[in-house]
Design a binder for this molecule. Sequence first.
Ligand SMILES: [Zn+2]
Ligand SMILES: [Zn+2]
Length: 379
Amino acid sequence: MKTQAAIAEKKSGPLRIEEVELADPGQGEVRVRIEACGICRSDLHAIDGGESVRFPAVLGHEAAGVVDALGTGAAQLAIGEQVVLSWTPACGICPACRRGEVQLCRGLKMSVGLDGPLSWNGRGLDRFMALGAFCEQVVVPAAMAIPIGGAVPSTQACLIGCAVMTGFGAATKTAGVRWGESVVVVGCGGVGLAAIQGARIAGASRIFAIDPVEERRAAALLAGASDALNASESTRQVIAATDGGVDVAIECAGKSQAMVDAFNMIRPGGRAVVVGLASLADSFSIPPILLLTEKSIKGSIYGSANPAVDFPKLVALAGQGRLDLASFVSKTRPLAEVNEGIAEMREGKPYARGHDLLRSASRRPFASRRSAPRCLGQQ
Ligand SMILES: [Zn+2]
Ligand SMILES: [Zn+2]
């Protein structure tokens, strides 16, 4: 079938809205009509060549929509069902999936090559994170389309597919924040704000938020932080305020110094979790003698999610009004305005948080603008 996609033809170029050919869903696959897709920092990195993707490619990996065709062997989904796309294949047969750690699925790839279901003028198109959701329709394995029950509009539910799951899960799953614990979140972009909400909902008694940008600190307080601190002097302040360190530190800044700071802010026996995406050349060092205090430091990907189980839980929390998804959304645009949305992300306005969203299906011209600041994605 023919559908519309935003194509990244070459590194750093603008995306082109073009008619593309989409193959029918095959064995175990479904076709999803995309209703909304967030623009994430990782999409910008991919355009700039900083993430692994082959051009020409279709980006977009934070999407929700409606199932509109089923391949054979995909009977677990029904036509018309609302789904959030997941970027872990959850293959079910690799060692990680068999252990129940589907966030570590061996099949997880940023680039899936040019011989997938999408093509343009006879050329294959890569699909970022095996999704390529800057497109009106996608064909994906059924395990990557998670039914959520229709309680939350796709313009909000799509955020669960990347930033919200990543931050919320880092707090609640990777770090396993327990009620009454003290938490510090370093870096209050979209993922950091989701981590703050996760810590709040888990019952943290005190949540410190650290960010150099005043507007992000204000957003952190709205998300549930009890204390918002500027970066300078914050490590000392947090240790002093907690009589020796917090139970849990969550690093969402993508900077090696922030990772060391997170480790330094936890108490003996505390847990530091690293979420931020550092550059390949970065490194940090921690004196091993400090490990004698039973401090731990651990990485986190996708919030240690099992999407099939966790996405519906997040939708339920949002439906109850406990998880605030609306505050992440700054603006929605039709797919045709994808370049304008990306340009706004690049401006990096510090007062803004949340994601720009593309509503590829509705084709409505500009849907809404929120006064809430916008976070700019992963970091
Ligand atoms: Zn993302
Ligand atoms: Zn697997």
